[in-house]
Design a protein around this ligand. Structure first.
Ligand code: GAP
Length: 517
């Protein structure tokens, strides 16, 4: 299936099966804002739990907080967001559509990369096992020319972004003939910076004083609480503070479903360290976070590191963990070495000391910070896009049939188990099934379903990712046994009812994932 079709299928699957709905759909929706449905919220909560447990529960030197969304307006002045949290915006005069200039140029770079990959795929086919990709990249004329072009655009874009050179961004759109995807025209307005923070007004306080921003990142709630947490938990450096919460950005171009939203959720951890040790901690968290992603069974080739060309105003090193979404490799998580920028700025603007007394060095200093920051919604999209598959499987008569299956890691699946009486209109089967359901629901999230033929119910559970289906049939009434069907292998085993909770728990418990760390 073409990547575009795959993505469309994913979006409609999310709606059809109650994972994600457009916000305020009855009013034709609100752009780039989404609601999570009954299965979506379960999957999202499981993702959050896995992140929380692997960061907080698994590290005795990481603790959690839940800070308010509203913060004192000075927070955002100190952090730099008021002055520098902006994207370069450009309008096309032909279509009146608005774009991010940097994203248009990145799209152009993607096209160059696409040409390189096309040459490589062709050569792979031609040379078969003897193909040496590294050598081909070094020697093929067309590939070399495109690599050179790509690098030149990359460096120019990075310089223009770092220096906020809006004129050069416009010049790039014109020189590279990057046209509006809607009108096809190259007639662009000047590029200008647009601040991404939403704001509202506090009570009856007028003007700048009462301007309340909706936080664009959760991190600042951690920074301003650094000393409160350090003192109350008596942590010594290095230690981390983790938080999961909503963030808001007035994204200019909000597309690609839940990839880029105006209201989204972040899972962030700030790791406070001794100045001078940032390189080693940056390397540590880079590897740890990649390991976390791979622990969910997603193949390693779906991820890659991408060093930032143009560092955010607060960072001295930054890398993205990119995931291969249906629309290509894109940022899933960021690991940033933020120096002491945030704590120092808050210290300066608030006039309060935000320092750590190091008993070994017998001195106080402002700690450095390495942060890991992942969007919960992007993680959701990554899991869904890898898990959703169409598969040919034998039907009840042994003939090939296609099933849509969501192969989520069992620990993250919305339902762990479905309890299904073989027939709906046999009271002895349904009451026994209810009994089994009541026994299992105290162990994990279960669903009772008696509607439709059993084959259709299996397919429905496959489509929402339920790893195990427990079926109550006429043998159950005789000997108190049931069948457990495995979503992935389709194998069915017959076991005593009293064994089901243990068998399923062993397969779906998150602790097996945590044990890998
Ligand atoms: N505290 C650092 C920070 O906020 P970021 O790279 O701007 O860094 C971190 O954001 C993560 O938040 C991204 O890797 C992405 O997963 C998620 N994210 C950022 N903007 C988003 C948006 N508009 N919609 C959904 N997720 C977003």
């Amino acid at each position: 299936m073409a990547q575009d079709d795959k993505f469309k299928k994913l979006v409609s699957h999310c709606k059809e099966y109650g994972f994600i709905f457009q916000s305020s759909e009855v009013y034709d929706g609100l752009s780039a804002v989404y609601d999570y449905g009954p299965y979506g919220v379960e999957l999202k909560n499981n993702i959050k739990k896995y992140w929380w447990d692997s960061m907080v529960q698994m590290h005795e030197n990481i603790v959690g907080i839940d800070a308010a969304i509203f913060m004192h307006p000075k927070t955002w002045k100190a952090s730099g967001h008021v002055d520098a949290f902006s994207d370069p915006l450009v309008d096309n005069k032909g279509s009146n559509k608005r774009y991010r200039a940097d994203q248009l140029i990145e799209g152009y770079m993607d096209k160059i990369e696409g040409k390189i990959n096309k040459e490589i795929t062709k050569a792979k086919k031609r040379f078969g096992d003897a193909f040496d990709e590294a050598e081909f990249r070094k020697t093929n004329g067309r590939v070399l020319a495109n690599l050179e072009k790509f690098e030149a655009v990359r460096l120019r874009l990075a310089a223009a972004m770092t220096n906020e050179d809006m004129a050069d961004l416009k010049a790039m759109l014109q020189e590279y003939k990057i046209n509006c995807p809607v009108s096809g025209s190259n007639d662009w307005t000047d590029v200008r910076m647009f601040n991404l923070m939403f704001y509202t007004q506090l009570g009856n306080v007028a003007g700048e004083e009462g301007k309340l921003y909706l936080r664009p990142e959760t991190a600042q709630g951690i920074f301003v609480n650094f000393l409160n947490v350090q003192k109350t938990t008596r942590q010594k450096l290095p230690f981390g503070i983790a938080q999961i919460g909503k963030a808001f950005r007035n994204e200019i171009v909000a597309r690609q479903f839940i990839f880029r939203m105006r209201e989204f959720e972040q899972m962030e951890m700030q790791f406070f360290i001794k100045p001078g040790t940032q390189k080693e901690w940056y390397a540590y968290w880079k590897e740890y976070r990649l390991k976390w992603h791979k622990s969910l069974g997603t193949p390693a080739e779906k991820f890659r590191f991408h060093d930032h060309d143009n560092l955010a105003f607060y960072a001295d090193a930054a890398v993205d963990i990119e995931f291969e979404f249906p629309f290509g490799f894109k940022e899933l998580e960021g690991i940033h070495s933020r120096t002491n920028h945030d704590l120092s700025s808050h210290q300066e603007l608030s006039g309060r000391k935000l320092q750590y007394f190091d008993p070994q060095e017998n001195e106080s200093y402002v700690p450095y910070v390495v942060e890991t920051s992942i969007g919960c919604d992007r993680m959701f999209l990554a899991m869904m896009s890898h898990a959703l598959q169409d598969e040919i499987v034998p039907d009840a008569k042994g003939k090939d049939s296609t099933r849509t299956v969501l192969k989520l890691p069992p620990a993250l699946a919305p339902n762990k188990c479905a309890v299904l009486p073989l027939l709906k209109n046999k009271e002895e089967l349904t009451s026994k099934a209810r009994e089994v359901f009541d026994k299992l629901k105290i162990h994990f999230k279960c669903q009772y379903d008696e509607k439709d033929a059993i084959g259709r119910r299996y397919r429905r559970q496959d489509a929402i990712g339920t790893p195990y289906c427990v079926t109550i049939d006429f043998d159950t009434l005789e000997d108190n046994t049931v069948t457990i069907r495995d979503r992935d292998t389709l194998e069915q085993i017959r076991v005593a009812i009293d064994e089901v909770a243990d068998i399923v728990s062993k397969k779906v418990d998150m602790k097996h994932l945590l044990a890998a760390f």
